[in-house]
Design a protein around this ligand. Structure first.
Ligand SMILES: Nc1ncnc2c1ncn2[C@@H]1O[C@H](COP(=O)(O)OP(=O)(O)O)[C@@H](O)[C@H]1O
Ligand SMILES: [Mg+2]
Length: 310
């Protein structure tokens, strides 16, 4: 566990991505144009993104003791992820997400995420060493609240950079979670769950960011659907529009975004630069099908060049 830069607490699953021209109606058939089978799940995607951006990630999640679990861990290892904290659970299949994407880039997810593949509070308690060894801990709020809270508490106590992605399921636990966070990143829907309404325009995104900031974090990043992302910190804010990259599938762009945000912060870059880097990583992910990021320096540079000048 020594030398880890970031530990990601979140989902690991098998991703089956199917590109079709059109999703068939009932009693209809569609040919699949392209199939990709990937290591997926938000936790794994974020860890892959971190590794691609040059930091050493670990992963805390759950897979089954099945062949799929073996394959997922093998892939994660070859991606440069420390999988020692990943739990293998007997008597459960590993999680599966089928991502069906049509020619208009509309996705539909079919999720088989058995309860036993979610993290428990006890799982997190057992991983205290990994949680305190890394400089940053990324917690995905799609995990059950007690597990997310336990991870954030443990990381905070050890004075680690605590990065949250998503929205807490219940408002009471959410208050403590936000107070424990250094960074909160929410897509438009998730931001709506916390502040009341999904932001409809850049000004509303910045307003939502300021509301989130008041609840604990020192950096809030809020998506405004179809427009871009608002970033707010105690003495500044910026709205970064989307790049003009043609979208094939937005899946995983949020995960790439979170990975890049974390890497920028670990490097001690100014918030404004971190913001552009995060949006560049998202933009570098929307042009391909499936959630797995492909964050090469060339891809990031090409995206930065497409963003309006700072
Ligand atoms: N063309 C684009 N350029 C830059 N960022 C984009 C573009 N299209 C979408 N994004 C960003 O990608 C992110 C998608 O986030 P999210 O819905 O959380 O994805 P996921 O949960 O599947 O990883 C949002 O922050 C959105 O603004
Ligand atoms: Mg997301």
């Amino acid at each position: 566990m020594a030398g880890l830069d970031a530990l990601v607490v979140g989902q690991v699953c098998r991703d089956l991505v199917l590109l079709v021209d059109e999703v068939p109606g009932p009693s209809r058939t569609a040919s699949v144009r392209r199939r990709r089978e990937l290591l997926g799940g938000k936790g794994a995607n974020q860890a892959v993104g971190l590794a691609q951006l040059g930091v050493r990630p670990g992963l805390l999640g759950v897979v089954g003791e099945d062949e799929v679990g073996d394959r997922l861990l093998g892939q994660a290892r070859s991606d440069g992820i420390d999988v020692a904290p990943v739990l293998r659970r007997a008597d459960t299949p590993s999680a599966l997400i089928v991502d069906v994407v049509d020619a208009q880039a509309h996705w539909r997810y079919l999720e088989d995420i058995p309860e036993a593949t979610l993290l428990t509070e006890a799982d997190v308690a057992g991983a205290a060493e990994a949680l305190t060894a890394a400089r940053a801990v990324l917690v995905q709020l799609q995990q059950p609240l007690p597990a997310a809270l336990a991870a954030a508490r443990c990381a905070r106590t050890a004075d680690r950079l605590v990065v949250l992605d998503g929205a807490p399921g219940d408002p009471a636990g959410g208050t403590e979670l936000l107070a424990l966070a250094d960074v909160l990143r929410a897509d438009a829907r998730e931001a709506g769950l916390i502040v009341g309404d999904p932001p409809a325009d850049p000004e509303a995104g910045l307003r939502a960011g300021r509301k989130l900031l008041a609840r604990g974090p020192s950096l809030a990043a809020v998506e405004v659907a179809g427009e871009g992302n608002a970033f707010v910190w105690p003495d500044g804010e910026v709205f970064v529009p989307l790049s003009d990259t043609p979208t094939v599938d937005t899946t995983g762009a949020g995960d790439a975004f979170v990975a890049a945000l974390t890497v920028g912060l670990l490097r001690g870059e100014p918030y404004e630069q971190v913001a552009r880097y995060a949006v560049a990583a998202a933009g570098a992910t929307v042009g391909h099908a499936g959630g797995r990021p492909a964050l090469t320096p060339e891809a990031i540079d090409a995206q930065l060049a497409r963003l309006p000048a700072a």
